[in-house]
Design a protein around this ligand. Structure first.
Ligand SMILES: C[S@@+](CC[C@H](N)C(=O)[O-])C[C@H]1O[C@@H](n2cnc3c(N)ncnc32)[C@H](O)[C@@H]1O
Length: 388
């Protein structure tokens, strides 16, 4: 698996590596004869060594740094990386049967994601290099975690940028079509081969717990997917409304509520933008509102439209909260950083004529660690506001 193939990178790329970034773009490659998917050694044009990386011959992210040392990139190397990732989960994950075991670059494991759904592991390999070692990763996980099933959940569009097929396969064990797992004391159905992401939005797990703590009165969960926030809110609200544009998501949410014997949630398939506008015009009021939209800015070219979208839903929600009401508002767009998101919330509050306190600024769950040196890995902002 080790390779002597050399790639010469530009001065700008060496500066990025020194600053701790893990991606090198194609425009910063000076010379490369390597095949796509190989581990290559990085040098500058004075023959100074900078580390080892996965090379892709298709993606604009041509190199994904694995190490800045002259390590042998073999089975032991990857096993050690996996053990370090598992060790973190031992320390930070509790009260759940679902969690992220490997968080790609955030765990020093470029373009590899592993999520755990009780006895089932879901593996994503999102670059040519990591795709080449997926069976090795699966073997190591079988040894260290002993799952009943491992599936390959590789249907993401991002694989097309790498020239890789979009596919879902079972790598080990029986087909885990539908499984029930507990999270924060509630039970949920998961569909690892067909649900959104790898089956759930695990990055919001801790925020869902905090949302439960702050919830009261009448609640509104916007963009509810499988009802994760709504079911938590329902523990402390008298009544919750939950909205998602996807009929499948609403059906799944209803099943999840039933599974837990929860009867105080009204689920409806609708467009949140339309519904918030309608409720605002009707002067409808809530005590607790959750806004957890999909990433509005999937690329830099979408940032302006995304800012307008975030501003609109936060403006409407703030107008609809009773005094003392709580807004739990998230953005998972990596192109809108924390500062920009807080700025949007400030303008939304000002336009809505509401004074707000920030009670908590939170991010992705601790099993989704991010690198200070790589802002792309810090994508989820979740702000808890109280209206005065
Ligand atoms: C980030 S996910 C929500 C995750 C969920 N809150 C959870 O904790 O599992 C975003 C959801 O928004 C839904 N969605 C996208 N656009 C929408 C719209 N305009 N109105 C309502 N729902 C929408 C998607 O179907 C998806 O389920």
């Amino acid at each position: 698996m080790t390779s002597d193939q050399r790639v010469t990178i530009s001065k700008r790329a060496t500066e990025r590596v020194k600053a701790g970034h893990l991606w090198i773009y194609r425009s910063d490659i000076i010379d490369c004869q390597a095949e796509g998917g190989l581990v290559v050694s990085l040098y500058d044009n004075k023959d100074k060594f900078y580390g080892k990386a996965f090379y892709s011959n298709k993606s604009q992210i041509a190199l994904r740094l694995i190490t800045t040392q002259n390590d042998k990139i073999d089975r032991d190397f990857w096993q050690n990386r996996i053990k370090i990732a598992l060790d973190l989960r031992q320390k930070v994950v509790s009260d759940t049967e679902v969690c992220r075991l490997i968080n790609s670059e955030g765990d020093g494991f470029p373009s590899v994601i592993v999520d755990r759904y009780k006895d089932v592991l879901s593996l994503q390999t999102l670059s040519q290099g990591s795709d080449k070692i997926k069976m090795l990763i699966a073997e190591i996980l079988i040894k260290l975690v002993n799952p009943v099933s491992i599936i390959e959940r590789n249907d993401g569009k991002v694989r097309e940028l790498e020239g890789l097929p979009r596919q879902n396969l079972i790598l080990k064990g029986p087909d885990p079509d539908e499984i029930i797992c507990a999270e924060n004391g509630l039970k949920f159905y998961f569909h690892p081969l067909s649900g959104q992401k790898t089956g759930a939005f695990l990055d919001q797990r801790e925020n869902r717990m905090w949302a439960r703590n702050y919830s009261f009165g009448s609640g509104l969960d916007c963009f509810c997917y499988s009802g994760g926030f709504a079911l938590n809110m329902a523990q402390n609200c008298c009544q919750v409304e939950a909205l998602d544009i996807s009929k499948d998501a609403i059906d799944l949410s209803k099943k999840n509520a039933l599974l837990n014997g929860i009867e105080n949630i009204l689920f409806e398939a609708d467009n949140v933008f339309d519904r918030l506008k309608l409720y605002d015009s009707q002067k409808k009021k809530f005590d607790t509102i959750v806004l957890d939209p999909p990433a509005f800015a999937k690329s830099r070219s979408h940032v302006q439209a995304a800012v307008r979208g975030y501003k609109e839903i936060n403006f409407r929600a703030l107008r609809m909260l009773n005094p003392g009401g709580i807004l739990i508002t998230a953005s998972c767009s990596q192109h809108i950083d924390e500062f920009a998101f807080l700025n949007i919330l400030t303008r939304a509050a000002s336009d809505a004529g509401r004074k707000v306190q920030v009670i908590q600024k939170r991010t992705q769950s601790q099993d989704h660690p991010f690198l200070l040196s790589m802002p792309e890995t810090y994508y989820l902002k979740c702000v808890f506001l109280r209206v005065l």
